[in-house]
Write a protein that binds this ligand. Structure first.
Ligand code: NAD
Length: 490
């Protein structure tokens, strides 16, 4: 029998994970759901699903905290101080939170400590700074009258998060909702609840009672009950496009505003006149970081035909050197996918590419030598045209699809030929090429000669089926506040 490496779980998680209604556990009511360690496939914990009654308890708690609690009426200085303490809690518990996150997601522990938890703490600092610098609006065009615009919190925000970067993504929503005086109910992905459950528990010591609540469970059960609850005033969602559609149609019945951060199939466009070493680093980082599971991965790599074979060859060489394995080791570069069904779905795209006339360039297999974990070798395919399904569908794994192009026009047309429009990348040192591409690309973000540089003050979100609304400083302020115009005689 072949000996496989042993992947020890990075922390002993709680045996059972519950939600929080204020500082009390939610009543659950649904079935127990297993939580797995993706590096070994072993069950490590049990998630107690919250049914519609339990969701009601959490929303009612948030509602009471909004209607009668101190939070919406705190001064900016008071609220800022609390937000700063939230960030400090994350810094103080960064190692524990990173280990819990690693245990449920299989994301690299090093990345979780150095990037995700740092970013999570910064999300609170960012909104604390933002609200303390905010100026008001005042108009006096009509003689004898003064008009001011007041921004007020909206109410109870439902925050629904995905599994690919749970703490980093959910804290953006929590910090934004709280900073503008709302209370909230968070629903993490049922696959990856561990770190967020612990964080919400820790933050109960910092936040007033009932301001931050947590429900757990499957999307169509717990998530759907949350979105449909009449006590919810806002929905902020990050996840898949089809789920976003379902949520918006429910929320639309009650005219509840939504932001939708949805899927992507980003074009990574590499021109022959680019700094090709940097473009290669950027392409590898885009598609293989976060274990290949990110909405902003440059998963369609469009390369100018004159350099196509050479660039693809260099990409394959580098992809084959990527160290796949134990997510707790500092030297590992690619960990497991988040779940067994997801791994099978990603691997299924190899046959899809072949059926569409494509060719496998590297990878395309499960790394069985690593045991029962959900490891997939770094994978790349070429396909004959952009209508191939691996060029159109979001695969959400370490799986790059290469296509050649001939001209700037050609590149822009192929890049835009998708239902998605979250981010695009352009690599070129020729200014007119860059200008034409940034004008033509139909996506919410365009990164030029740089991989994944997120500026929190700037809006982030997608065109087309990649989203509705934006996240970021002013965008969050617009979403999480109501504007009230007050006019009075001078
Ligand atoms: P998903 O849509 O399956 O689930 C996201 C969340 O929604 C989970 O908490 C899930 O339980 C919940 N949910 C599912 N059905 C629901 C329903 N009917 N009502 C209410 N809630 C429901 O997405 P996922 O698989 O967890 O995440 C991957 C997707 O997220 C990818 O498409 C990826 O591109 C996208 N994503 C987008 C961004 C962005 O910023 N645009 C960031 C990260 C991930």
């Amino acid at each position: 029998m072949t000996e496989h490496p042993r992947f020890d779980v990075p922390i002993t998680p709680p045996e059972r994970v519950t939600g929080w209604a204020g500082d009390r556990a939610t009543p659950g009511g649904g079935p127990d759901l297993p939580v797995f360690y993706p590096a070994s496939g072993q069950q490590i914990s049990v998630l107690v699903e919250d049914d519609a009654d339990a969701v009601d308890v959490a929303v009612t708690t948030a509602r009471r905290a909004f209607d009668t609690g101190p939070w919406p009426g705190l001064s900016t200085a008071e609220r800022t101080a609390v937000l700063e303490r939230c960030g400090q809690v994350i810094r103080d518990h960064a190692d524990e939170l990173a280990r819990l996150e690693c245990a449920a997601t299989g994301l690299l522990l090093r990345e979780l400590r150095e990037r995700h938890m740092v970013r999570a703490a910064y999300n609170f600092r960012f909104f604390a700074d933002y609200i303390s610098q905010r100026a008001g609006e005042r108009y006096d065009q009509t003689p004898g009258y003064l008009t001011t615009v007041v921004r007020e919190p909206v109410g109870v925000a439902a925050l629904i998060a995905p599994w690919n970067a749970p703490v980093a993504l959910a804290t953006m929503k929590i910090a934004a909702a709280l900073s503008f005086g709302n209370t909230c109910v968070l629903k993490p992905s049922e696959q990856t609840p561990l770190a967020l459950a612990r964080l919400v528990e820790l933050l109960q010591d910092v936040l007033p009672e009932g301001v931050l609540n947590l429900v757990n469970g499957r999307g169509p059960v717990t998530g759907a009950a949350l979105v449909a609850h009449p006590g919810v005033d806002l929905v902020s969602f990050t996840g898949g496009t089809e789920t976003g559609r379902a949520i918006m149609s429910t929320a639309g019945q009650r005219l509840v505003p939504c932001t939708m951060e949805l899927g992507g199939k980003s074009a990574n466009v590499i021109f022959a006149n680019a700094d090709l070493d940097r473009a290669l680093d950027g392409a590898l980082l885009g598609i293989f970081s976060n274990n290949g599971q990110q909405c902003l991965a440059g998963s369609r790599i469009l390369v100018e035909r004159s350099i196509f074979d050479d660039f693809v060859g260099r990409f394959i060489d580098r992809a084959q050197q990527i160290r796949v394995g134990d997510p707790t080791l500092a030297e590992t570069e690619l960990g497991p996918l988040a779940s067994h069904p997801h791994m099978m779905r990603v691997l299924g795209f190899v046959d899809t590419a072949r059926a569409d006339g494509g060719a496998l360039l590297t990878g395309g297999v499960r790394r069985d030598d690593l045991g029962e974990g959900y490891f997939v070798a770094p994978t790349a395919v070429t396909v004959p045209g952009n209508d191939a399904r691996t060029a159109q569908d979001e695969i959400f794994g370490p799986f790059a699809t290469f296509l050649p192009f001939d001209t700037v026009e050609d590149a822009a047309t192929i890049a835009n030929d998708t239902q998605f429009g979250l981010v695009s990348y352009v690599w070129s040192d020729h200014l007119p090429t860059v200008m034409t591409m940034t004008e033509r690309l139909r996506s919410g973000v365009v990164w030029v000669n740089t991989p994944m540089m997120r500026e929190l003050r700037a809006p982030f979100g997608g065109y087309k089926n990649s989203g509705v609304g934006r996240e970021g400083g002013a965008a969050c302020e617009a979403f999480y506040t109501e504007e009230k115009t007050v006019t009075l005689p001078k």
